[in-house]
Design a protein around this ligand. Structure first.
Ligand code: CAA
Length: 447
């Protein structure tokens, strides 16, 4: 069977940043370490006045198409994943296609366009749709463009405010991919939950602590489901485990649970037994509470072992590098984690082809999905071409008052009593220019 997977990736960050330890923490009266160590974040990305989910998505897509030498007719499908859409009917993909058609000679008239929604897991679902479309032989030799784009803003004062972010990831899904091949096997953990939702509102209603429990529970189910089709996951099977990263501290919790699960009944558990004992088994306890307490103690000990720390440093920490600098990009977040991992692979010795990744996506509401990816020939050139370091370095560093302005400007229903100027000058990019007569959003390309 022909390999299907990710052939190209481009990342576009919002052009502004909020420094969490130095600007956010003092205003909140918090210890900066709550953000840098507790949540694991240094900065959040924000969109400038003229940026939004369309401009970031279109700019990422244009860079990708230019670098790959693609014209619109090479693309048979454009799917946008977002939880920041501003229209209940017209999909963001039509806006992005419209932007791109302003700068290319051809058009996307015969491309199927859509919008995927299931909180942050929608980006992975859009990749799934593209995979299935190609596997079904309906693509006529064309590739699919999947764009995960979000302005992940919370209401001012919400505990989630520290985890905001804005950016887009564009990915080309094709046969014989140049970055990773996707596994056919997948695992799901999915239940009706009300941990994080936006019922006809821009900013989410969030039960933060519950959302973390739901994330862990659904990920565990997805891992078990994945193992039921792909066989037991062994510790050494995967070079990296990129997971959905609402903030790195969440992945730190998930990684510890996953590690305990994966090493159970293996030589790794035996090797640790002398130091911290064997994992508690439920059958050995009279009641659930005593068992859970024993598990908590075991996990606390496990976290401090050299064996766990070494695995975490190799397999998980490298997936978090970009997230620490950009915050939560919702649908793009797991794809940012994969990219961080591949950037780390580039720095390691060896050619990396054939290395595998265990990818864990998650969307509130709630659903987790786990699959494997295998690194393909040609991946180095694709990852080397990313300019994300330059984009991060060029971000405008917001003062607290400027941050308040930016938040207000991007709040759809806010009546502004003042003019808020752009902080950066647009150059060779799509920008938002205002509203049209049917309340549609308008865009232009600034050369
Ligand atoms: N030094 C070091 N660590 C510190 C510290 C200090 N001075 N002060 C606090 N910390 C630690 C805390 O101990 C805590 O870590 P642990 O959980 O490991 O104990 C961490 O910093 C965060 O502190 P709090 O729990 O006190 O933070 P909070 O209550 O203000 O907010 C949150 C945390 C509830 C996650 C909040 O950020 C939130 O609501 N976020 C949005 C929801 C979210 O992201 N949920 C994640 C799962 S849902 C999902 O993944 C979907 C999605 O994208 C939204």
């Amino acid at each position: 069977m022909t390999a299907v997977g990710i052939d190209a990736i481009e990342i576009r960050t919002g052009k502004l940043k909020l420094d969490l330890p130095n600007t956010f923490a003092p205003e909140k009266g918090d210890d900066p370490a709550k953000y840098t160590k507790g949540l694991g974040l240094n900065n959040s990305s924000f969109p400038d006045v003229y940026e939004d989910i369309v401009t970031m998505g279109a700019n990422a897509a244009k860079t990708l198409m230019d670098r790959k030498g693609l014209v619109p007719e090479d693309i048979g499908r454009i799917d946008v994943a977002t939880e920041s859409a501003f229209d209940h009917s017209k999909p963001v993909s039509t806006y992005i296609a419209g932007c791109l058609e302003q700068v290319y000679d051809g058009d996307f008239t015969h491309a199927n366009k859509g919008e995927r929604k299931f909180a942050c897991v929608a980006g992975t679902q859009a990749i799934d749709d593209a995979y299935n479309w190609i596997r079904a032989g309906r693509n006529r030799g064309r590739a699919a463009l999947v764009i995960a784009t979000d302005t992940a803003l919370y209401a001012r004062g919400d505990p989630g405010e520290a985890t905001q972010g804005a950016g887009a990831v564009a990915m080309l899904i094709d046969e014989d991919p140049s970055i990773v091949e996707l596994s056919t096997h997948q695992g799901y953990g999915s239940k009706d939950e009300t941990d994080f939702l936006k019922p006809n509102q821009q900013f989410p209603s969030v039960d933060g602590k519950r959302s973390m429990q739901v994330y862990l529970a659904r990920m565990r189910e997805a891992l078990e489901d994945y193992q039921s089709v792909a066989g037991k996951v062994e510790l050494d099977d995967f070079a990296y485990a990129p997971f959905h990263t609402p903030f790195p501290g969440m992945v730190r919790k998930a990684a510890l649970l996953a590690y305990r699960h994966v090493i159970r009944d293996t030589s790794y558990e035996d090797d640790l037994a002398g130091e911290i004992g064997r994992q508690p088994r439920e059958a050995e306890y009279d009641d659930r509470e005593a068992f859970e307490e024993a598990i908590r103690e075991y996990m606390d000990e496990l976290k401090g072992t050299d064996q766990y720390q070494a695995w975490y440093a190799d397999v998980v920490e490298p997936t978090l590098g970009l997230a620490r600098e950009v915050g939560n990009w919702y649908t793009g977040s797991v794809h940012v984690a994969r990219t961080s991992a591949l950037r780390d692979l580039l720095e390691r010795d060896g050619d990396g082809v054939g290395e595998t990744l265990l990818v864990g996506s998650y969307g509130s509401g709630a659903q987790a999905e786990i699959h494997a990816e295998t690194v393909c020939e040609g991946w180095q050139a694709e990852i080397e071409a990313l300019d994300i370091d330059a984009q991060l370095a060029a971000r405008y560093d917001l003062s607290w008052e400027e941050y308040e302005d930016v938040h207000d400007v991007h709040e759809y229903d806010k009546e502004l009593d003042r003019e808020i100027e752009e902080f950066t000058a647009p150059e060779a990019e799509f920008v938002f220019t205002g509203w049209g007569r049917m309340n549609e959003r308008k865009y232009a390309y600034i050369a």
